[in-house]
Design a protein around this ligand. Structure first.
Ligand code: FES
Ligand code: FES
Length: 320
């Protein structure tokens, strides 16, 4: 059959190759590009061992013609590693013994990557549904799901949290407030609902413990009482007052955060909020009277809605 010249984008690089029009993506990846991470495990599109990402969506490479992928971004397991080292998900999968022969592992990893891109906080049911098209012939699935849950946790933390733990010095006394600006009552309602499901929280009015009322009740009583929500982060707490609907401020006492592990818990809280509200979250110093613009300018670092961490100028001076 006459070959066609096509341009394929794979793992961030463009390849110009001559292929037959009926060549499967799986064969082109493995034979023409020597990307042998994706595997052929069946003859009937049922095993998922060949899973790759096409424009971020998990697809079986044995079901796509390579020529139909022109103009799309293909990611294989070889493109998942970061700067030459294993991605968080790959490392966790290895650490937890999620594989025996490993033949199915690249397919599982790619499916988990695609799931997390779409749903950063999947439930057990979401995970099982997403992985229902991937088969393993060696392991008991329970052990593998344990590994995958750990892998998902590691992927959620990812390299960002490693960087955060690296820059955070427990004795710096520089971790102070978590801020979300331009918030509205709907953000508060969403946040409150999420916090009360994900964390152990306790509620106080004028320093007296009370049961957590509905968001509307909190908002109504806002003028009459000083209300505090205490978020248990595992041995220490972060506190938030319901003072303003324009901003969400969560106070973390620097003397409480005396280890990198605790810094990780604080970071997870902030990253969860950024993703939940789809807003930037700032770590800024406590500074009564400062405007939002001033606090943003003073922020040590920012987490955006995709969980990316960027360091502000002060953090470069303080943490390095
Ligand atoms: S080789 Fe593609 S699904 Fe089995
Ligand atoms: S670990 Fe061998 S097929 Fe899954």
């Amino acid at each position: 059959m006459r070959k066609e010249l096509v341009e394929l984008r794979v793992n961030g690089r463009t390849h110009e190759i001559a292929i037959e029009p009926n060549a499967l993506l799986l064969d082109v990846l493995r034979q023409d590009l020597q990307l042998t991470g994706c595997k052929r495990g069946c003859d009937d599109s049922s095993c998922g061992a060949c899973t790759v990402l096409v424009d971020g969506v998990a697809m079986m490479a044995c079901t796509r013609l390579a020529v139909s992928c022109e103009g799309e971004e293909i990611t294989t397991i070889e493109g998942v590693s970061q700067h030459g080292s294993l991605a968080a998900i790959q490392k966790a999968y290895g650490d937890w013994g999620g594989a025996q022969c490993g033949y199915c592992t690249p397919g599982f990893v790619m499916t988990v990557k695609s799931l997390l891109a779409e749903n950063p906080d999947p439930s057990e049911g979401d995970i099982r549904a997403a992985l229902s098209s991937n088969l393993c012939r060696c392991t008991g699935y329970n052990q593998m799901y344990e590994a995958i849950r750990a892998a998902i946790a590691a992927e959620q933390e990812g390299p960002v949290i490693s960087e955060w733990k690296r820059i955070f010095k427990p004795d710096s006394r520089s971790l102070l407030d978590i801020w979300v600006f331009d918030a509205n009552p709907a953000d508060w309602r969403t946040l409150l609902d999420w916090l009360s499901k994900k964390y152990r929280v306790s509620y106080f009015e004028d320093q007296a413990p009370a049961s957590l009322p509905s968001f509307d009740a909190i908002w109504k009583r806002q003028q009459a009482a000083t209300q505090l929500l205490r978020i248990d982060l595992g041995g220490f707490t972060a506190n938030t007052h319901f003072l303003s609907c324009q901003e969400i401020e969560i106070n973390v006492m620097p003397e409480d955060v005396d280890s990198r592990g605790k810094a990780g818990s604080v970071f997870n809280l902030a990253m969860g909020i950024a993703r939940l509200l789809q807003k930037d979250v700032f770590f800024a110093p406590e500074h009564a009277g400062a405007s939002a613009a001033e606090l943003k300018a003073m922020a040590f670092c920012t987490i955006d809605s995709a969980g990316r961490l960027s360091l502000g100028k002060p953090s470069r001076e303080i943490f390095r």
